[in-house]
Design a protein. Structure first.
Length: 333
């Protein structure tokens, strides 16, 4: 490729040609596995992803590693980039579906230092909290309630971790996380650490359009002092409502489809007569139509087929094309 003169091509044609010439990643070589194991002794091979996703389906990851620090992440990132090995980050696996054929490359989970959070600064009624990407959302919300801090209750009942919440601009009907973010520290695709103010971060509904390959490291959240504990009471009310309206006792990935902006996806699915519909071990919840639950040892294929059925029926019934709210990774079996 280095000997080819592509200057006669337009930038778009050149990019298309180079993309077509790239070889598909076919899996880790024996040498790459040895090097990974030598550099990162805690790495595990052929790790079942069922245990790392809340839906509990899917195949195995070729390699799985729990990263404990920014330094370790940078070292791993450099190795993967230099070796052209694909990588995927998961938090609690609450919005991730892994196909039955598993994941080629390396799956990364941020633990250790990434699970730390602390008050950085106070200014009047405002309290600025630094939160690592691996911090559990539920744990963070409960801590904020104990500290009499308001603002975080908009994430009440939201699963996952801070990093995933940032990338999906997670939230509830009372607001999204972008409304309390001051800045985000991240690693770009070149391994450079940088911090961006919220105004320069492209947040959208249930999406944060950061450049491909960006890894969120931590965020600074702006909360407010709440001496009367009103936020904590609101949290209790929201969690009670969640228990009544969502199948929280069953394996699921939360909401499978994004709302279309005018109508809730759950309402569209319900109106299409799909509540309770089953494919294999996967079933559309009777409690909340935008949830697919793993009721009887479902396969990833069961879930994906059921999602396709939902999209087709909703489009036929209402004309709305539903968009996935979950990420689908891996290979077909």
């Amino acid at each position: 490729m280095q000997d080819l003169d592509l200057s006669f091509l337009s930038p778009r044609e050149r990019a298309r040609f180079l993309k077509e010439e790239q070889t598909e990643f076919t899996g880790l070589s024996s040498e790459q596995k040895r090097e990974l194991e030598k550099a990162f002794p805690a790495i595990r091979f052929q790790e079942s992803m069922k245990a790392h996703t809340t839906l509990g389906v899917g195949g195995k990851a070729e390699a799985y590693v729990e990263v404990q620090s920014v330094e370790m992440l940078k070292s791993l990132f450099e190795f993967l980039k230099d070796s052209n090995i694909p990588y995927y980050l998961i938090g609690k696996g609450s919005n991730t579906l892994v196909r039955d054929g598993g994941v080629k490359g390396v799956v990364i989970q941020l633990l250790g230092d990434f699970q730390e959070y602390k008050v950085e600064q106070e200014s009047g009624d405002d309290v600025f909290v630094s939160v690592g990407a691996g911090v559990s959302t539920l744990k963070l919300v409960r801590w904020a309630n104990e500290q009499h801090l308001a603002g975080i209750e908009r994430l009440s009942g939201v699963p996952g971790t801070l990093g995933g919440n940032i990338l999906t601009n997670a939230g509830t009907h009372i607001g999204s996380i972008d409304e309390i973010v001051e800045e985000v520290t991240m690693l770009d695709k070149h391994g450079k650490e940088m911090t961006q103010k919220v105004k320069s971060i492209p947040f959208e509904y249930r999406r944060c359009k950061l450049p491909r390959g960006t890894i969120v490291l931590k965020a600074l959240l702006k909360l407010q002092k709440d001496p009367e504990g009103k936020a904590a009471q609101h949290f209790k009310e929201l969690m009670e409502r969640r228990r009544e309206t969502q199948p929280i006792s069953q394996k699921s990935s939360g909401c499978m489809f994004k709302n279309d902006g005018k109508q809730a996806a759950a309402k569209l699915i319900d109106e299409a007569g799909l509540k309770g519909v089953r494919v294999g071990g996967a079933r559309i919840s009777d409690v909340h139509a935008n949830y697919i639950v793993n009721e009887a040892n479902a396969s990833a294929r069961d879930v994906i087929v059921l999602m396709g059925l939902v999209r087709d029926r909703v489009r036929q019934h209402s004309g709305v094309v539903l968009e996935n709210e979950i990420f689908i990774l891996g290979e077909e079996k």
